[in-house]
Design a protein around this ligand. Structure first.
Ligand code: FES
Length: 246
């Protein structure tokens, strides 16, 4: 279950400009077979890592250096994760919700080698273990692995990010279905082949409507959107918008 802050009045205000970037890497390949769009054999089953949040660390400059950290949120600020670069190849990811009363802790401090909660001064080490203060337990850790040079994979129970199904809605239109998490913003991208850039694709939420929307706001229930066909084969990717607050 994804933890959310239990103490809304204790939340540390965002002191830096928030910015949004795309969290992709849930691409699903579909090709036209006999006039129908069907999953390729390799993609016939949902990707095995659908509960893994994957991000490109190059998008977060504060993670460039060892001991650098970043607090990232992906549903309008209600769900946060604290990522810390422990070494060249090792990263730590924690739920930054303080177990004392639910405040958002500060990023990792290189000066003190600790994580500090500004509400009542609980202190944690780089792995989230409690060092002092009123919190009785540590910060919840998430299994994290660097895959290749830049792709960080974080296992979060309940995290969902995949396209479940693409079917032909009409001769010119495709129907895409995917599960959503509440308040999360999604975009659809398309590429004719995996070597071409993925292009932002507008969609409609009705079968007959104008495909003029670019962001879908998740409600926690499965989404159905309609895109105009481009060519006879291609690859779609579902992107989740995330922001960095510190
Ligand atoms: S909420 Fe963190 S120390 Fe009280």
């Amino acid at each position: 279950m994804i933890a959310t802050s239990a103490c809304s009045t204790c939340l540390r205000p965002t002191t830096r400009r928030e910015w949004i970037q795309r969290l992709a890497m849930s691409s699903t390949a579909y090709t036209a077979l006999s006039g129908w769009w069907s999953p390729t054999a390799a993609e016939a089953t949902p990707p095995p890592f659908s509960e893994q949040l994957r991000l490109d660390i190059r998008a977060f400059p504060s993670l460039d250096l060892n001991s650098g950290s970043a607090i990232i949120s992906y549903n309008g600020g209600m769900t946060n994760i604290l990522i810390i670069r422990e070494s060249e190849t090792e990263f730590v990811t924690l739920d930054p919700t303080c177990p004392h009363a639910g405040c958002l802790v500060n990023p990792y401090s290189i000066a003190t080698n600790t994580i500090f909660c500004p509400c009542h001064s609980s202190i944690f080490d780089i792995h989230g273990q409690r060092i002092g203060g009123p919190a009785r337990t540590g910060l919840l850790p998430y299994a994290t692995q660097l895959e290749g040079a830049y792709s960080l994979s974080i296992e979060i129970s309940g995290f969902v990010h995949r396209i479940d199904e693409i079917t032909q809605a009409s001769s010119s239109r495709l129907r895409l279905q995917f599960p959503t998490m509440p308040n999360c913003q999604y975009q659809i991208r398309w590429s004719s082949d995996l070597t071409s850039p993925f292009i932002e694709t507008s969609f409609s939420i009705t079968e007959e409507g104008l495909a003029d929307q670019t962001i879908h706001l998740g409600s926690g229930t499965p989404a159905t959107v309609y895109v105009d066909k481009t060519g006879n084969a291609g690859f779609f990717t579902l992107e989740l918008l995330v922001s960095q607050s510190a």
